[in-house]
Design a protein around this ligand. Structure first.
Ligand code: AHM
Ligand code: MG
Length: 349
């Protein structure tokens, strides 16, 4: 991704090679005068958390930040040192924006209820460092977030109140996105008005618009799944993946690409098309990925880019969460590819 490519910005912004994320968010904010700049300030704090996390990831080897922190998170995953650092970074920066009342993190068992004097009307769910088992081998990792408007932020008192208010279906997301710490650092986000990608210019310390209005191809040629789990898959998933590898006469088989970092696999799928899958299986009846801060925000971006996201039988954006760390099977990507997968699931049932 060239950092200085001249791109056509969304309507209303002048054609320039330096539409920064801050300028872009301010421009979007003008379309929602009722929000009084709150979302802009919140996204500025998320942006800063991503930049700090990026800086820690870049120097991890030198600063001895590789390796385990010595604890585990709520899902039973071993926490890496960078998991702990990025979680603190996200919490501190976002709370200081004074625009949220509730934070849900993959690294925290309970929702965090922000003190009344620091509170705003939004709730945010985040995975501060996704794919962290890949950290030590320098494979691309990322951060994922979804932002919701809370119905009654002022009256939240307990963690139960907080969970009840933030457990909203993905359709209600106000803004979602991810940062990707790869060969370059990208921030991809949507306010429900298309998907826009930014690249961090390290010399400026600014995210610059490089990928306006990302549209996923209607059909792709790549599938992405941990095929090592196939012995435990449902028959419908096995048959679907088989159909990609052994297509009917005259069609080419799909290529397989699997990084094992959701952000990187979803980013490639958004740009090139195809399907990313983390199915349910006999060992994990709801799959592995979490709904509030992995499945739903990525599903929101996919749909905003013209793609689709499904559990196999239901649109991921329609799921009403019943717990903050709930898991969901995930199939997302090009619209026609996800429809094909759904028809295999339908005929199996
Ligand atoms: P994490 O949140 O503990 O990092 O786990 C989520 C990651 C995703 O980034 C990725 O899609 C998946 O786990 C890979 O899992 P697997 O190693 O089972 O293929
Ligand atoms: Mg994760």
């Amino acid at each position: 991704m060239s950092q200085h490519t001249k791109v056509a910005p969304p309507t209303g912004l002048e054609e320039t090679d330096s539409v920064t994320l801050t300028r872009f968010v301010l421009h979007e904010q003008r379309k929602h005068p009722e929000s009084q700049g709150d979302l802009t300030l919140l996204l500025t704090s998320v942006q800063l958390a991503c930049k700090v996390t990026d800086s820690c990831v870049r120097k991890a080897g030198i600063a001895k930040l590789y390796g385990l922190a010595g604890g585990g998170n709520v899902s039973g995953d071993l926490q890496q040192k960078l998991d702990v650092i990025s979680n603190e970074t996200f919490k501190v920066n976002i709370e200081s924006s004074q625009k949220v009342a509730v934070m849900v993190s993959e690294e925290e068992e309970l929702p965090i209820v922000v003190e009344k004097h620091n509170r705003g009307k939004y709730g945010i769910a985040f995975d501060p460092l996704d794919g962290s088992s890949n950290i030590d081998s320098n494979v691309t990792i990322g951060s994922i977030f979804s932002i919701f408007h809370l119905p009654d932020a002022e009256n939240i008192q307990t963690t139960e109140d907080a969970a009840r208010q933030i457990m909203q279906p993905g359709r209600k997301i106000v803004a979602a996105g991810y940062a990707m710490y790869g060969s370059a650092t990208n921030l991809v986000l949507s306010f429900g008005n298309g998907v826009h990608g930014f690249t961090l210019d390290p010399s400026l310390g600014e995210f610059v618009l490089t990928h306006p209005n990302i549209r996923i191809p209607r059909r792709g040629k790549i599938y992405s799944v941990n095929e090592g789990n196939c012995k435990n898959w449902d028959k419908s998933v096995t048959q679907y993946i088989h159909s990609l590898k052994f297509p009917s006469e005259g069609k080419s088989p799909y290529s397989l690409r699997y990084i094992g970092s959701m952000v990187a696999d979803v980013h490639r799928t958004l740009l090139y098309g195809g399907i990313f899958c983390y199915p349910a299986d006999k060992k994990n009846p709801n799959g592995k990925l979490r709904l509030l801060y992995e499945g739903a925000p990525m599903a929101f971006l996919m749909e905003q880019a013209g793609g689709k996201a499904s559990t196999g039988t239901e649109n991921i954006l329609d799921i009403q969460p019943h717990s903050i760390h709930q898991r969901t099977p995930v199939f997302m990507g090009s619209y026609e590819d996800v429809c094909d997968l759904e028809s295999f699931c339908k005929s199996a049932s």
